[in-house]
Ligand binder design. Structure first.
Ligand code: CAP
Ligand code: MG
Length: 413
């Protein structure tokens, strides 16, 4: 970069309050200096390329060049400031192409990870954010003090609409609040979407009457965007309250369009596939950044991990993501975190100790795998939440609650 007339290095520069700040972990190729590579990343993601174009003048550079404002040689963490003029408002696709685009392919970086992004209020407030958000979802249930109990229908594919409704009835009846389709179930021969919606909503209304509580079914509408909207409208027509989108496979353009339809349905974000780019701690994009973008675009509830269950996700990272989702972010509503994956009643106290009560806790195998079946499985989960809320050890509570005892005997021993 020695032929460069303008430098992207501005160490210790105080960032402008309207800038976007990206935190990258940069691992340079062998023999290359971190400063040089950081500068190249700033250049490629703003006004630069591999050599300095003669068309780039000082005026353009001063207005639009990204600047490296801090470098930590121990951690390889580098902060880059991006002038807000580089970004089109309300366009997450363009944001990703800019900050999380070509830079990942550059030969001079051995690996590169986008760890975090700070957005200025102006940029944040251009987006709609969640329609319901954490408080809106809690209000629908009328549950304010405990985790919302969720259940994924299992097997993830295979049940007919009638069987799905039959299983849903049993689970709702035994204390579960929210039941959801799995991420791979859409409109299949063995379980047509519209039929499933009809059958499930019928039993939801019945169980609501019988129990005097509000219930939600999350219908998976993941599909090409025009189809997803059609399916969501069907859900609305039949009296549904919530739809699920697989956020990674649908993509930001589709999600944004979906949200802007304002269908009056809770949007549940499933993140299947995120680990393709979030899992490697040296390369890719962190789950925290993904969560920020999804809050901008407007999901109401989002899978963030369990720490104690079957999916990868370190304690500090999951806590931080959940805190971000519940905390202040411009004028956008908070998002309800969802802990899901490998959960069973025995893990409830550990999970709540780490992640608290302000979330949905989902159980798939942990309900349908109960030795006595899905109904008792749901009861056991409810008892585990109840015991944890009352600060009673599960083993103690299980003495008078047989479904919980059966679950603990089955999974804990
Ligand atoms: C959980 C689940 C969810 C994962 C997603 C599954 O089922 O339905 O998709 O939790 O992971 O298929 O694995 P179990 P994450 O309760 O039977 O494990 O929430 O981490 O994105
Ligand atoms: Mg699943």
């Amino acid at each position: 970069m020695d032929f460069y007339k303008f430098s992207h290095l501005a160490i210790d520069k105080k960032p402008n309050k309207d800038s976007i700040i990206a935190l990258f972990k940069i691992t340079p190729q062998k023999g290359l200096k971190l400063e040089k590579v950081a500068e190249a990343v700033a250049a490629e993601s703003s006004v630069g390329t591999w050599t300095q174009p003669k068309t780039l003048n000082k005026r353009i550079f001063d207005k639009l060049a990204a600047k490296v404002i801090s470098i930590n040689k121990k951690t390889n963490l580098v902060k880059i400031e991006y002038p807000i003029e580089l970004f089109e408002r309300k366009n997450i696709c363009q944001f990703l192409s800019t900050i999380a685009g070509n830079v990942f392919s550059m030969k001079i970086v051995k690996s590169l990870r986008l760890e975090d992004v700070e957005f200025p209020e102006k940029y944040i407030n251009g987006f709609l954010g969640p329609c319901f958000g954490l408080e809106g979802v809690r209000k629908i249930f009328g549950i304010y003090d405990r985790p919302i109990i969720g259940c994924i229908i299992k097997p993830k594919v295979g049940l007919s609409p009638q069987k799905t409704a039959e299983v849903a009835y049993k689970i709702w009846k035994n204390g579960v609040d929210l039941i959801k389709d799995d991420e791979t179930l859409t409109d299949m021969k063995f379980c047509k979407f519209e039929k499933r919606v009809k059958e499930v909503i019928k039993v939801r209304k019945k169980v609501e009457k019988e129990t005097g509580t509000r219930k939600v079914f999350v219908f998976n509408v993941t599909s090409p965007i025009d189809e997803a909207i059609k399916r969501a409208k069907l859900v609305k027509k039949y009296g549904g309250r919530c739809v699920m989108v697989d956020v990674v496979s649908m993509g930001f353009s589709a999600l944004d369009y979906f949200r802007r339809q304002n269908l009056g349905l809770i949007i549940h974000g499933h993140r299947a596939g995120h680990s393709a780019f979030t899992r490697n701690k040296n390369h890719g994009i962190s789950m925290l950044v993904l969560a920020k973008l999804l809050r901008l675009v407007g999901v109401d509830q989002l899978h963030t991990g369990t720490v104690v269950g079957k999916m990868e996700g370190k304690k500090e990272e999951v806590i931080r993501i959940n805190e971000f989702l519940r905390g202040k972010f411009g004028k956008l509503k908070p998002v309800l975190p969802i802990a899901s994956g490998g959960m069973h009643p025995g893990l409830v106290p550990k999970l709540m100790k780490i992640l608290g009560r302000g979330l949905v806790i989902n159980f798939g195998g942990g309900i349908h795998g109960h030795p006595k079946g899905s109904g008792p499985g749901a009861k056991a989960v409810y008892q585990a939440i109840e015991a944890t809320m009352k600060k009673i050890p599960l083993k103690e509570y299980a003495k008078a609650h047989k479904e919980l005892k059966e679950a603990l005997d089955y999974w804990e021993n």
